[in-house]
Design a protein around this ligand. Structure first.
Ligand SMILES: N[C@@H](CCC(=O)N[C@@H](CS)C(=O)NCC(=O)O)C(=O)O
Length: 207
């Protein structure tokens, strides 16, 4: 069984790419153009909103990065998403934080920049992102385990590491020292390195 993944280099879809590598799954990568206002016709067929990631399995398309990540972790049974209880709730909390708060923070700031919103609006949106990076550092300080949920890597760590590398906003966000260590540890895993190479992306956030 091979999956197909619609992706854009370094975008949030990279988290799914890394996850598939972590799970030892074979994937055919389908590069989509998400840069122009005109939607990529191939991508639009599987996602009318023209967004990546889209996972295709046996001709059926699954959208939304959070849902794809949970589906793959459950299907291939991995410690990246604990099976039940508090450990699962914590791992989901941080996956959703990355997917629905941190990612959305970047999207919001990008929207303000693109639509020429006010300088004040943009500054506020950028401050909100920095606050989330500070929250990540505090979480790492509080438990001292090295990964977002503690001593074991979970799927949210992967998406956080992908988002940290986004450099399209007019501010360099400050990552705390524990966050930097996490970014380095995750981005140097073989599954991550393989994805960076396949997507021709350079990892700069851990420097
Ligand atoms: N809620 C969606 C958001 C996906 C998303 O925003 N993807 C970005 C790349 S990181 C994209 O495709 N942007 C192009 C666009 O919105 O037109 C998810 O988590 O899958």
């Amino acid at each position: 069984m091979r999956y197909e993944l619609y992706y854009s280099p370094g975008a949030c879809s990279m988290a799914i790419h890394v996850l598939l590598n972590e799970l030892g799954q074979e994937v055919d990568l389908l590069k989509a153009d998400i840069s122009s206002a005109t939607k990529d016709p191939q991508l639009e067929k599987v996602n009318p909103r023209g967004q990546v990631p889209v996972l295709v399995e046996n001709g059926k398309a699954l959208r939304e990065g959070g849902a794809i990540a949970v589906y793959l972790c459950d299907k291939h049974s991995t410690a990246l998403l604990p099976k039940e209880g508090w450990a699962r709730a914590q791992a989901l909390q941080w996956l959703m934080f990355a997917n629905a708060s941190l990612h959305v923070g970047y999207s919001k700031a990008m929207f303000i920049k693109k639509t020429e919103g006010s300088e004040k609006q943009l500054e506020k949106a950028l401050d909100a992102i920095q606050t989330m990076w500070d929250e990540i550092e505090s979480q790492l300080e509080n438990h001292g385990g090295g990964y977002i949920c503690g001593k074991d890597i979970t799927v949210g760590d992967i998406l956080i590491t992908v988002i940290a590398n986004w450099g399209f906003l007019p501010r360099d966000f400050k990552f705390g020292s524990l966050t930097k260590t996490l970014l380095k540890t995750v981005s140097t895993r073989p599954a991550y390195q393989q994805a960076l190479q396949a997507e021709s992306v350079e990892y700069k956030a851990a420097a």
